[in-house]
Design a protein around this ligand. Structure first.
Ligand code: NAD
Length: 425
């Protein structure tokens, strides 16, 4: 007899329901039974915490937070912690499931986890934010640890948040527990290259795809939507490796020059004025126009659901490297697959950050730090291997379907194999 989870607090959440649909699709291809899907769709552990914070005005505000530990068959849980006013338990559980697949696909020894606090951090003073962060981490401290669950930053959390988490946990256990969180400031066990690693990885897989589709990256044109942490470094490295970045954008609009943009100059303009449209040597375009440009490679690196059923037919790029999470809707993904577009799915393309986190964690646990060059070489090797494996499985078995299917099938089967070997199924 199996437990009835129908009352679980996340069951009706739309983000969670989408994650379950994706799992079911992969499970069907793998021939997994319904009871195995039932095991996989729920987190192993889910903790809800209450976090009272004394505000600067003397009042007490109470916040709610969660940590979801979805699956640990392949190793300790790993995944970020987000601070956002719209965070819900369903979203946290769904994101923890996605981390299970992303880490399995990345070939790193981690399961999946995710955490969140329902808060608008911009409304808190630095002291209030520090108190919230320390109390949250203390509340989940019995659930985390270097060998148990290793958080990292996500939306509106950063290396400073990780420094507070690291310090709070180290006080509790009585030794400097470098390996308990990743993406720490480099002075306390982090890696300087962590900040570029997601964008670098997005560029790496696009480079590998360009070898398959065009025979190389040299001279290929690129458009990048979103010029934040991910988009700017994807653009930077693609340009460094010989591609011509002709368009970039941010929330205020885009710029286009068919002869190519000077990416470093665009970075300076963005840092100084907070908008890429202030770069002079280019024509202004909208974010919608950028997606439909006649380019070889498109990198959506801003927000979700930008390539949809409505504009998929107008997309001209032959390769799409998904820097953002969920930029392509399932309907658009199907349409693009039929047109022969290589859409490198987010769980593969934007795994550079978590892969670099793993590199940081390995070295923190040995108590020795890597050089930047060594860390990037490791990332390059790991992500190129992962891309080539997914690409060849896709070509062999599912080439009429989105590449995402191949990625999910590999990820889910790795987790299921580990569960079977460990006697869990
Ligand atoms: P960021 O906040 O640094 O940058 C986001 C960029 O997108 C900014 O330039 C912003 O102006 C732009 N933007 C926002 N709304 C836009 C819109 N409607 N149209 C066009 N541009 C818009 O964020 P980031 O860290 O670069 O993350 C971008 C995406 O990548 C998110 O989906 C995130 O979940 C995903 N991601 C990030 C990481 C990471 O390590 N940072 C890892 C995996 C996935």
């Amino acid at each position: 007899m199996s437990l009835d989870f129908s009352g679980a607090p996340y069951e009706k959440d739309p983000v969670y329901m989408m994650a379950v649909e994706q799992l079911k699709e992969a499970a069907q291809i793998l021939g997994l039974s319904d009871d195995v899907v039932e095991v996989l769709r729920h987190p192993e552990r889910l903790l809800q915490v209450k976090i009272p914070v004394k505000l600067d005005n003397g009042k007490i505000a109470v916040f709610i937070g969660w940590r979801s530990q979805h699956n640990s068959a392949l190793g300790p849980y790993k995944g970020g912690i987000r601070y956002h006013p719209n965070v819900s338990v369903g979203e946290v559980v769904a994101l923890s499931m996605w981390m299970t697949w992303k880490n399995a696909l990345a070939g790193i020894p981690y399961g999946g986890g995710k955490g969140g606090i329902k808060v608008d951090p911009h409304k808190l003073s630095p002291r209030e934010l520090e108190e919230l962060s320390r109390k949250y981490f203390a509340s989940i401290s019995r659930m985390v640890g270097e060998n148990v669950d290793i958080p990292a930053p996500d939306v509106y959390t950063d290396p400073q948040t990780m420094a507070w988490f690291f310090d709070e946990y180290s006080k509790i256990v009585g030794y400097p527990a470098w390996g308990v969180v990743t993406a720490k400031p480099f002075q306390i066990g982090g890696l300087k290259v962590r900040v570029i690693s997601t964008g670098y990885g997005v560029a790496l897989v696009a480079r590998e795809a360009a070898k398959k589709v065009f025979g190389g990256l040299e001279g290929r044109t690129v458009a990048v939507q979103g010029f934040g942490n991910v988009g700017r470094y994807a653009a930077f490295y693609l340009a460094q490796w010989g591609a011509r970045v002709v368009a970039v954008s941010d929330s205020k609009g885009g710029i286009y020059n068919p002869n190519g943009l000077d990416v470093e100059k665009v970075m300076k303009v963005k840092n100084k004025t907070r908008a890429v449209i202030n770069y002079e040597d280019a024509k202004r375009i909208s974010n919608e126009e950028l997606l439909e440009l006649d380019v070889d490679i498109l990198v959506p690196a801003a927000i979700e659901d930008v390539i949809t059923e409505k504009n998929a037919d107008k997309v001209k790029a032959k390769i799409i490297s998904e820097g953002a999470n969920g930029p392509t809707t399932p309907e658009a993904d199907e349409k693009l697959a039929k047109k022969g577009v290589v859409v490198i799915p987010d769980i593969l393309a934007n795994a550079g950050g978590v892969t670099m986190s793993w590199i940081e964690w390995c070295h923190d646990r040995m108590g020795c730090w890597l050089t930047e060059e060594e860390a990037l070489d490791r990332l390059d090797k790991k992500m190129s291997e992962n891309f080539n494996l997914v690409f060849s499985e896709w070509e062999k078995k599912y080439s009429d379907k989105p590449m995402r299917i191949a990625a999910y099938v590999i990820a889910v089967s790795r987790v299921v194999d580990a569960m079977k070997l460990r006697g869990w199924l």
